[in-house]
Design a binder for this molecule. Structure first.
Ligand code: T6T
Length: 325
């Protein structure tokens, strides 16, 4: 009998150890503020965040603005701070303009982790600069992403000719770094390629399409374009189709909405560089939870890419990285 009782006691202790909901009595609320709500990238990030929240017994609140703009994101952030969540995960829409609004969260004792984009230099907890207070930065390596895009575009165009970057706007950490990586790789290793002036589309795919038409009108010898995020790439690809240059003007796309499959299969897009937004969301929530339960967390977590093209897009191990709608 004593042995049975001892075993039962052991089983109860073991269950308490491995069941987080039992071990952790307080139910934490973590807020995730995306760059914008209607973007497959952040919709997929939310899914990963929700998966981690479910596993850890955390309540996830997803609240964002309909466009990628500090003017609309800051009021959302203020409303979230007023509700005092236990932690905030946020993709800041500008590396300077979100510093003071986020400091309010920090001053209120709410831990801040930035996901996808960063504020300041993106290097946190160093005691340097005005924007080092977030606990962690969880994202793709966007400079590397730009370099990958440059190499893919160079290969597609036979390493010569005129190309340009279709980009969102200055001030966004991610897309600025992609352009930086792209230009660095072109300058260092592809002397036969001329990179024309960047076209900023304000995250508007229609504007990116018109810009492609205008650049092509000025440069009929244009051979390629790098769309530095989902809307830039979709718009640039539409522009290539509208000027009847499918397959002649090569497109390398950052991000992987489901529509990219058709664009790759028809030859409109040569290569798509998928980020792993679900991974960013998952590790965002795990990091917040770890911090809230007294663990130390990495100051930066880098997530991966999957490079998609005609040869591999049908492979389920590749297509599983397409974004959710
Ligand atoms: O490319 C992603 C994200 O990484 C970037 O910061 C903003 O644009 C996207 O959300 C795609 O639209």
């Amino acid at each position: 009998k004593r042995i049975v009782a001892a075993l039962a006691a052991l089983a109860i202790c073991a269950t308490a150890l491995i069941t987080p909901a039992l071990a952790q009595e307080k139910k934490f609320t973590v807020a995730l503020i995306p760059g914008l709500t209607t973007d497959g990238f952040y919709i997929t990030m939310r899914k990963g965040a929700q998966a981690a929240a479910d596993a850890l017994g955390v309540t996830l609140v997803f609240q964002g603005a309909p466009d990628f703009n500090p003017v609309t994101q800051v009021p959302v952030l203020d409303a979230v701070i007023a509700k005092k969540p236990d932690a905030i995960l946020i993709a800041p829409t500008d590396k300077v303009q979100l510093v003071e609004p986020l400091r309010k969260a920090d001053d209120a004792g709410i831990p801040v982790i930035t996901v996808d984009t960063f504020i300041g230099s993106g290097v946190y907890q160093t005691g340097a600069g005005e924007a080092d207070f977030p606990l962690s930065y969880i994202a793709s390596d966007n400079i590397l992403g730009g370099e990958i895009a440059a190499r893919a575009l160079a290969k597609a165009i036979g390493d010569k000719g005129k190309v340009y970057v279709s980009n969102v706007k200055p001030g966004i950490s991610t897309t600025v770094q992609r352009e930086e990586g792209f230009k660095k790789e072109m300058a260092a290793n592809h002397p036969g390629i001329t990179v024309l002036e960047t076209q900023f589309n304000d995250n508007d795919a229609n504007k990116a399409a018109s810009q492609l038409q205008a650049v092509f009108a000025r440069n009929p010898d244009l051979v390629g374009v790098f769309g530095a995020n989902l809307f830039s790439a979709l718009g640039a690809a539409n522009g290539v189709q509208q000027v009847g240059q499918t397959g002649t003007v090569k497109v390398v796309a950052f991000d992987a909405p489901t529509s990219i499959v058709d664009n790759i299969n028809t030859g409109l897009v040569d290569v798509a560089i998928a980020q792993h937004p679900a991974e960013i969301g998952y590790f965002g929530v795990v990091s917040a939870y770890a911090h809230l339960t007294g663990q130390s967390i990495p100051v930066a977590i880098g997530t991966g890419f999957t490079i998609m093209d005609k040869a591999n897009i049908a492979d389920p191990n590749i297509s599983k990285y397409l974004y959710s709608e």
